[in-house]
Design a protein around this ligand. Structure first.
Ligand code: NAD
Ligand code: 3PG
Length: 413
């Protein structure tokens, strides 16, 4: 499971799903040239084969990194999710294999909030069906069923980075914001938190979902919840496809209980742009269907590329795990003038003592030491004063790997 120090051009990086060029630029600027770039995702079987030689992998929301993939990924040090969601990665398996997972928690949030705001206005004015009619030669000039957004109640489920930004934007056009969140949240502007999901559903003219995919959010909105929404109200989902029971939503739209919907994420999404999109929502009036593009803007993708590639570089160069989603977080200074050893282990008592005993045995001067643990994993970083040409670091590394409970150890180049 361990990995020796490698020259940067030997470090293999695999970028999938067409992550933005900015990621490649950042990696190259920091000396990483061994980069394979694919526009598509890969299946589990393809990944298991491909990851064997890979040290860093970059994915978006489509690539499923399962326990089986981590089992095959002997050399993998870190995963960069070039998106917000990390539900596509088995985070526990990653941690058990000593693989650090990073994401981009902020960079595409504004893009999602803007799209949802636009959809609210479009749906309240019944623009999707009027536009479809016009494309077919129709002329549906009528105010029936068309409303201003001003004064309407926007119900936000999940008041995190996206939900709270949308809250601010929606107030700018005069909407009244109410939100439901399982955590107590600071209300921005005049927004108010409500105590229960049912309360939110019963008062909102527009309900929009901004929760992560978790066991608790799976099918959060089913037939029962849809019935609790106000007649003629609107549902928007740009979170994850498993949050809304899609057949029940199709029924609620067909029966006209709901006045419209905008859905960006689906329980099953095509694997690529050349696969047909199947959904019970196809053909339903006043229903905007978008191909998971909430975060797909030039600005967001470029920023995500820079942000996540930067995190991979800092981990590779320095061992920094700041803002990792599955790992003890350590923010580290550079280590010019010393060799840096990383030791990832099961969180058992006495690990640090064992590591320091090895340093003492070799009469090594430790110039810096950092330890961070969580319930399962411990992460120790040791800076030792030894000339770059000495092989003492490799000797020490070999001994550190022998410590029972070691998951992964390496020395930084
Ligand atoms: N469509 C897209 O392209 C796109 C783009 C970005 C993000 N997303 C999705 O949007 C999600 C939200 O993003 P974010 O940046 O706002 O995340 P966030 O973590 O900042 O906010 C999520 C909020 O949901 C709340 N929450 C969690 N479980 C809940 C529950 N059961 N009921 C009510 N509230 C609950 C949390 O407390 C938190 O406040 C992401 O996890 C991702 O899946 C989609
Ligand atoms: O989690 C996210 O950030 C969004 O779902 C966007 O995913 P994408 O990078 O696959 O568009």
């Amino acid at each position: 499971m361990s990995q020796v120090s490698l020259a940067k051009d030997k470090i293999q990086i695999l970028l999938l799903e067409g992550v933005h060029d900015s990621a490649v630029r950042i990696l190259q600027q920091h000396g990483y040239s061994n980069i394979e770039f694919l526009k598509t995702s890969l299946s589990e079987a393809e990944l298991c084969e491909k990851v064997k030689d890979v040290h860093f992998i970059g994915i978006r929301s489509r690539t499923q990194l399962t326990a089986k993939v981590f089992q095959a990924a002997n050399k993998l040090a870190a995963v960069g999710c070039f998106c917000i969601g990390t539900n596509q990665v088995d985070l526990t398996a990653a941690r058990e294999h000593g693989v650090v997972v990073f994401n981009a928690p902020f960079s595409n949030t504004r893009s999602v909030a803007e799209l949802v705001l636009a959809e609210i206005i479009m749906l309240l004015r019944r623009i999707p069906e009027k536009s479809t009619a016009a494309h077919q030669g129709g002329w549906d000039k009528s105010a029936a069923g068309s409303f201003e957004a001003r004064g309407k109640i926007l119900g936000i489920i999940g008041y995190g980075h996206i939900g709270s930004q949308l809250s601010v934007l929606a107030e700018q056009i005069g909407m009244q914001v109410r939100f439901y969140d399982t955590e107590d949240k600071l209300s921005l502007g005049n927004a108010l938190q409500v105590a229960t999901l049912d309360e939110l559903l019963s008062i909102a003219d527009v309900v929009t979902l901004h929760v992560p995919e978790t066991p608790q959010t799976q099918w959060l909105i089913g037939a029962e919840e849809l019935q609790k929404m106000r007649p003629g109200s609107i549902l928007i989902n740009a979170s994850r496809g498993t949050v809304v029971a899609i057949e029940a939503l199709a029924d609620a739209l067909r029966s006209k209980h709901l006045g419209g919907a905008a859905i960006d994420v689906f329980p099953v999404e095509p694997k690529g742009n050349d696969e047909e999109f199947e959904s019970p929502l196809r053909g339903i009036a006043n229903c905007i269907l978008t191909p998971h593009v909430g975060g797909s803007t030039q600005e967001a993708q470029e920023n995500i590329g820079i942000e996540v590639a930067g995190k991979l570089v800092r981990y590779s160069d320095n061992g920094s795990t700041l803002s990792a989603v599955n790992f003890p977080e350590v923010a580290l200074p550079t280590h010019a003038g010393s060799r840096r050893l990383l030791h990832i282990h099961e969180n058992r008592p006495g690990m640090l003592t064992r590591i320091n005993q090895i340093m003492a045995d070799h009469n090594i001067n430790v110039s810096g030491q950092y330890l961070q643990t969580d319930a399962k994993v411990g992460y120790v970083v040791v800076d030792i004063d030894t000339p770059a040409e000495s092989n003492l670091a490799d000797t020490v590394l070999a001994e550190m790997r022998e410590i029972p409970g070691t998951i992964r150890a390496r020395v930084l180049y």
